[in-house]
Each structure stands twice: as C-alpha cells, then as structure tokens.
Write a protein that binds this ligand. Structure first.
Ligand code: ZN
Length: 240
C-alpha cells in the first residue's frame, strides 16, 4: 500500500490540495493532527480530509479550537487564530475533530501528534527527548508531527541518530526503531516555505519525504480577508 502521511495542515487548503494532486492515487491518507489553527480554511480542510477518507489523530490546535484546553498557553497570534477557528467552524467540522483519538496504532506504525509519551503536547527536538520517546511506543515505528520540521530519529543499538530529510529523501524501514516527522503541510518552519509531506510504502518498506511548491499567496489573501494576524500571514512566505 502507498499511504500519504500528512501533518500540521493547519487549515491551509491550497497546500493540502497541492499535496493531494501530487500524490495521485494512494491507498490511504493518514494525518498527524493540527488539522486546524493558524490557517483560513478549517471547514474546507476537514471536508477535504473527510472526502478522501483520511484517518488520524488530534493535535493541540485541534483541542484548543474545540475549547478543550486553555488557549492561554498559546502565543497571542496562535491564540487569536485558534479562537477565530473555534468561533466559526461548523457542527460537522467540530464533530469530525471531536472524533479524533490521541493515538492510533496501525500495523507497524504508531501515529501521534506530539510524541508517543505525551501525544498532544510534547515537542521532540532534542536527543534526550528522542531517546525517551523511542522507547515509548509498542510498534516498531512511530509517525509524529508538531515541530513543523521534517526529522527522523533512529535508535541504532542505543545510539540515537538524527536525519534531516530533504525533498526526495527515502528512509528505509529496517530493524532500527524510528521516530519519523514528515514536516508540516500548512506551515513549514525549517526555512523552506514549500509544503512538506511523506509517502509510506509498506511493501517497499520505505518512507519518502517530499517538498512541493503551492500557492502561498492564495492562502495569504484569504488570511488577510479573514483578518488573521499579520505575523501568521508573513511566516508562510519565510517558512519560519
Ligand atoms: Zn502544529
């Protein structure tokens, strides 16, 4: 099976549609949470994911948009956007988000938003955090997001190694445990504004990371019209 792995879409429909068009036929679409928040198209993105039968997990922005957690932990622009999202999503969108679990296990993969030991909140950005989390899931591999930066942490006989995948990087699934982050579809933060996603091939036993241009200006125009904070609009061009 060829499976699309999409994380941190953040209500950015032009980015999601560019990815879906580039993917063509896939056997499944998995998402790793933060479907909404920051971006201008929460209902449209949820409708598109429902249309393609995507399955996945909930992120901290999804939780906040549902009003399930205190948004004062967010920076002011993120909080503004999440309150804007919570105030406008339809009951269908809300129900779809409410149904997302915190964690999914599908065959050899665990899916979470942040980390396996703290599925909604933890950022895996350091070797000690990666080491602890590489021992915190029951399957051989774990897919996660939340940092908006593509990364693969592998456990090589107790040594934790970090690989930074670029466009076209193919990671082989072997004996080593892996914590794999495909980057963000809707708000990349590694200095490359192109959308990021991965394709998992369970027959070839590979995960390949891709980067792709999308119509950033279309998303930004919609954000301007919605009155979303300027800093959030500008960061899409910088990929920061
Ligand atoms: Zn996010």
């Amino acid at each position: 099976m060829r499976i699309a792995v999409l994380s941190d879409i953040h209500a950015n429909l032009p980015a999601l549609d560019a990815v879906l068009a580039a993917l063509g036929e896939v056997d499944a679409v998995w998402h790793l949470g933060d479907v909404v928040g920051y971006g201008p198209h929460p209902d449209e993105v949820v409708a598109r994911l429902a249309e393609v039968g995507a399955i996945g997990v909930r992120g901290n922005h999804d939780e906040a948009a549902l009003g399930n957690l205190d948004a004062t932990y967010f920076n002011p622009a993120a909080r503004w956007a999440v309150e804007w999202t919570g105030g406008r999503i339809t009951t269908e969108t809300r129900a779809w988000l409410e149904a997302l679990p915190e964690r999914l296990e599908i065959d050899e993969m665990t899916l979470v938003h942040g980390s396996p030991r703290d599925p909604v909140w933890e950022y895996v950005t350091t070797t000690p955090a990666a080491r602890a989390n590489l021992g915190a899931f029951a399957t051989p591999f774990c897919l996660h997001g939340h940092t908006h930066v593509p990364a693969a942490w592998c456990d090589d006989d107790g040594q934790v190694e970090l690989v930074r995948p670029s466009d076209g990087s193919e990671l082989a699934l072997g004996a080593r445990r892996l914590l794999l982050n495909p980057g963000s579809v809707g708000q990349p933060r590694d200095g490359d504004p192109r959308t990021a996603y991965a394709v998992y091939d369970d027959h070839e036993r590979t995960v390949t990371v891709h980067r792709l241009e999308y119509d950033i200006a279309a998303t930004q125009q919609k954000m301007v019209a919605a009155g979303l904070p300027d800093w959030l609009i500008q960061r899409l061009s910088r990929g920061r």
